[in-house]
Design a protein around this ligand. Structure first.
Ligand SMILES: Nc1nc2c(ncn2[C@@H]2O[C@H](COP(=O)(O)OP(=O)(O)OP(=O)(O)O)[C@@H](O)[C@H]2O)c(=O)[nH]1
Ligand SMILES: C=C(OP(=O)(O)O)C(=O)O
Length: 225
């Protein structure tokens, strides 16, 4: 199976944390969570390759440093609609579809999983179980801990990826035929978007890079709210 992980430009990442963290702190946290997410993916033997999809050179450098492939997001923020701000879900889903097409053009029919980049409490055992469940066929989805979003979208065999990330993506994926996967996977289901999510992953236990980032944040007075 091949994993795809999308990360937007660091300057616009994690905007929902802007009330608590300044832009440098948000970038630091995004890179740390990506690092831990990729480390967990690397520990899952059923996933043999990974592509990070990003327009951001710093994110790409991190991906290269841990030995994963980078697919340059074909149209970085703001470039797709003649200056009008495109909606995240349009740019994200377009980037994911382009990456999936590129991977399958190069490797033939390969099972795919899109994983969120901000799963710092995910355990290898959780992802291993989800991959095994997904392999019974077709398109399937791991709904996030809120019950509304998507932590992982699988497309096995000949199935098209057909990503529908964005608001209410759990419903969007289910309504387009993706099978919800059942499993007690709190780390896999907890992507970090808000301050409350940070508390949840802290309680579950985060990977070392995220733990170090959170320690740095606490030590920075402007981010100590
Ligand atoms: N390559 C790429 N990744 C994207 C794009 N839009 C969103 N992403 C990534 O997709 C995931 C979910 O996106 P969002 O929830 O919109 O962004 P976020 O940075 O997590 O949080 P907010 O800014 O608070 O919405 C994150 O890992 C983003 O970095 C895009 O246009 N291109
Ligand atoms: C885009 C999504 O993620 P987030 O929860 O990070 O907005 C999603 O769940 O479809």
């Amino acid at each position: 199976m091949h994993a795809i992980v999308a990360v937007k430009s660091l300057r616009s990442a994690k905007s929902r944390l802007a009330g608590e963290l300044d832009s440098d702190a948000r970038a630091d946290l995004v890179l740390a969570m990506l690092h831990d997410t990729l480390a967990t993916v690397a520990a899952v033997s059923a996933i043999d390759s990974v592509t990070v999809v990003t327009p951001d050179p710093t994110v790409a450098a991190l991906a290269y440093s841990v030995g994963v492939t980078v697919y340059a997001d074909p149209a970085p923020d703001g470039a797709r609609t003649n200056g009008a701000t495109p909606r995240t879900e349009e740019t994200l889903n377009a980037a994911l579809s382009a990456a999936a097409a590129d991977i399958r053009a190069k490797r033939g029919v390969v099972d795919l999983v899109v994983l969120q980049a901000d799963l710092p409490a995910m355990q290898p055992s959780e992802l291993t179980e989800a991959v095994a469940a997904a392999r019974s066929g077709g398109r399937s989805v791991v709904v996030d801990h809120h019950g509304t979003g998507t932590s992982a979208l699988f497309a096995c065999g000949e199935s098209a990826l057909d990503p529908r990330f964005g608001p209410e993506s759990a419903l969007g994926h289910a309504n387009s035929g993706a099978r919800p996967l059942n499993g007690q996977w709190p780390g896999l289901r907890t992507d970090v978007d808000t301050h409350a999510d940070l508390g949840t992953v802290r309680a579950l236990g985060v990977g070392p890079a995220t733990s170090a980032s959170l320690t740095r944040l606490k030590a920075t007075p402007s981010n100590s709210r």
